[in-house]
Design a protein around this ligand. Structure first.
Ligand SMILES: [Mg+2]
Length: 338
């Protein structure tokens, strides 16, 4: 018989970053997140975390804490499986759901590896002047990062210039372009036409999340794969994008879909429909990155790109991770039982 949850602590945590993280949507110098620590009747414990990414999920630290407090009383006395349903059927935001869901899934024994062969993450190059972006990208590449995620903003000529500059100077690197919804349909066409002959891995979410029609038109115009990120939160969103052929690939993040149990549903769907995925994250704490990494290891057949570079951006390495980052290469910290 599974143990019952007997207590839930809620705290707000901060981890300083090596340097500012800048995208079309925001600039941050540290990662802030809410952490819940669950204790069960026979002593099992599990931790869940959710960062505040108001620009994407509409949840800030305060609202995630409020959601956690709102759910806490109803969760006491439940078993992990019942708790998953309780949280998923509540009306709290997707990050708050993800925070609890990962802790319950840990209690349910999900945090196991089916294959412990190392995987490789990309690393983010923040939005900056083109000279600075080139330097950052060269630095990253020279330190062993072969997959670079380039953050671009709403200045479309800057976006085109940066892409050309990086593509010319880093011919062996794999370049992933992320516009974070910064462009209009017309700007996206301008961009795609200007860079169509370059060797890029993909272009992520060029237009606003709600505009699937433009996304599809851009996909049809582009010789480079288009990846939907902000446009796909839930399995329902994924099904819509896939059935309307609005993007070539999808980016799955725990904080968008509501946690590990929901990410598994999306990954199973993707596996069944031959849809390649990116497994990404927000700028997150070590326990939520752990949860995402177990997925990245276990669904490597459908996850073409792993975008879990948060731990590389921490000022001080975290010992809460179950994995070790050797540059871009991620291995389990512990030898896994066979
Ligand atoms: Mg993105």
């Amino acid at each position: 018989m599974q143990e019952k949850i007997i207590s839930i602590d809620i705290s707000v945590e901060n981890i300083a970053l090596k340097r500012a993280f800048i995208t079309a949507l925001r600039r941050v110098d540290s990662v802030s997140f809410v952490r819940v620590r669950l204790v069960c009747s026979k002593g099992s414990e599990a931790i869940g975390e959710a960062p505040a990414t108001f620009a994407i999920t509409g949840e800030d630290i305060e609202s995630i804490v409020n959601s956690a407090e709102l759910l806490r009383e109803g969760l006491i006395g439940l078993r992990a499986k019942e708790a998953v349903d309780f949280v998923q059927s509540s009306s709290v935001g997707s990050s708050a759901k993800a925070m609890f869901d990962m802790a319950f899934m840990k209690l349910l024994g999900f945090f196991k590896l089916e294959n412990s062969e190392p995987i490789k993450t990309d690393i983010t190059i923040s939005l900056n002047s083109k000279e600075r972006m080139l330097l950052d990208a060269q630095d990253a590449y020279e330190s062993g990062m072969e997959i670079l995620k380039i953050k671009l903003g709403n200045d479309i000529s800057h976006a085109i210039d940066v892409t050309k500059l990086l593509s010319e100077n880093l011919q062996k690197a794999e370049l992933l372009i992320d516009a974070n919804q910064a462009w209009s349909r017309e700007e996206s066409f301008l961009y795609v036409n200007a860079i169509n002959s370059l060797k890029l891995a993909l272009i992520e979410q060029p237009v606003i999340a709600s505009d699937l029609e433009s996304l599809k038109m851009i996909k049809e115009q582009s010789s480079i794969s288009i990846l939907a990120d902000e446009a796909v939160f839930t399995l329902a969103d994924v099904k819509k994008v896939v059935s309307t052929k609005s993007a070539d690939m999808i980016n799955i993040k725990l904080m968008k879909c509501g946690g590990v149990s929901r990410a598994i549903e999306i990954l199973e769907y993707a596996r069944e429909h031959n849809v390649l995925c990116m497994l990404g994250s927000m700028l997150e704490g070590p326990h939520s990155i752990n949860a995402a990494l177990y997925l990245a290891f276990n669904y490597r057949d459908v996850i073409k790109y792993v975008d879990l570079d948060s731990p590389l951006l921490y000022k001080t390495p975290s010992d809460a991770l179950d994995f070790i980052y050797d540059g871009a290469i991620i291995s389990p910290r512990f030898s896994m039982p066979q």
